[in-house]
Write a protein that binds this ligand. Structure first.
Ligand SMILES: O=c1ccn([C@@H]2O[C@H](COP(=O)(O)O)[C@@H](O)[C@H]2O)c(=O)[nH]1
Length: 277
């Protein structure tokens, strides 16, 4: 089956389901607070419950690969099932894997997440552009071919990010600005929204760079990291409609009750709508 471009599918999901991405981050502390073991059975129950609660209503679910990989091959098998079931229930799945390597290895990462038929095939994947934006080419091309998306780290939500991302190159352009400029080029002419997004933390005091990339802006940092939906207009300005605010722990802490998870997600959707209008 050929998918419509990711940007178009994402635009529709955000407009119909609301501007929210919920992260599936099975921290050991969350497994414990849900009364689950820090083991494969706990991981499986946690992930299945999040998918049951949210995949039919939130725009995007974002499994954090690290929390599955820490259990080895059995954890990856749970991740595969989580992705498949979330997509089948109607959510767009953004795999938060933050992969980045030389181009020839990047091609293998791209096949893992963006080639139809791959066990971890997802609607989009996060990547690191810090081996040079050009090293992402295999992922950008495969995503375009198959209707998928790619989100490159631009200005991350952690306080340490700026030392690399705000550094200024020999030509005077900050590193993050160069990433955003190249994403904008990938999205040129795309309607209603390009498929190549940037990760820009909602925790930033001020973006200080041009965020008008005609693509989605994944905004982690809301909730546990201290940002709120009310911060979005200040950080994202005129691009705020293209923001995909992302919350993991501040939704997940309401489990294992399916109803409570749904209520928490609905509250964030309402808060995002109020902030963006
Ligand atoms: O700049 C970034 C990029 C990715 N993340 C990821 O998002 C979630 C945040 O979880 P919370 O519980 O909502 O804090 C997590 O998976 C990070 O790896 C980010 O936080 N910042």
């Amino acid at each position: 089956m050929t998918l419509a471009p990711f940007g178009a599918r994402l635009r529709q999901a955000l407009d119909t389901r609301g501007q929210l991405c919920v992260g599936i981050d099975p921290h050991a502390s969350l497994l414990a607070s849900w009364g689950l073991g820090d083991d494969i059975a706990g991981l499986e129950t946690f992930s299945r419950t999040v998918v049951e609660a949210l995949a039919d209503r939130v725009a995007v679910l974002k499994p954090q690969a690290a929390f599955f990989e820490r259990f080895g091959s059995k954890g990856v098998a749970v991740l595969e099932k989580t992705v498949e079931e979330a997509r089948a229930a109607g959510a767009l799945v953004l795999m938060d894997a933050k992969r980045g390597d030389i181009g020839s290895t990047m091609a293998a990462y791209a096949e893992a997440f963006l080639a139809p038929g791959s066990p971890l095939f997802s609607d989009a994947v996060t990547v690191s552009p810090y081996l040079g934006f050009g090293s992402l080419r295999p992922a950008l091309d495969l995503a375009r071919e198959h209707g998928c998306g790619v989100f490159a780290l631009a200005l991350t939500s952690n306080p340490e990010g700026g030392e690399v991302q705000r550094a200024v190159g020999a030509d005077g352009e900050p590193v993050a600005a160069a990433v955003l400029r190249q994403l904008a080029a990938e999205n040129a002419g795309a309607e209603p929204l390009g498929s190549f997004g940037a990760v820009v933390g909602a925790t930033l005091a001020d973006a200080g760079v041009d965020l008008a990339i005609n693509g989605p802006l994944l905004a982690p940092g809301i909730g546990a990291q201290g940002a709120t939906m009310a911060d979005l207009p200040r950080v994202f300005g005129a691009s705020v409609r293209n923001v995909v605010p992302s919350v993991s722990r501040d939704v997940l802490k309401h489990g294992p009750s399916v109803a409570a998870l749904r209520e928490a997600a609905a509250r964030f959707v309402d808060e995002a709508a109020a902030a963006v209008k």
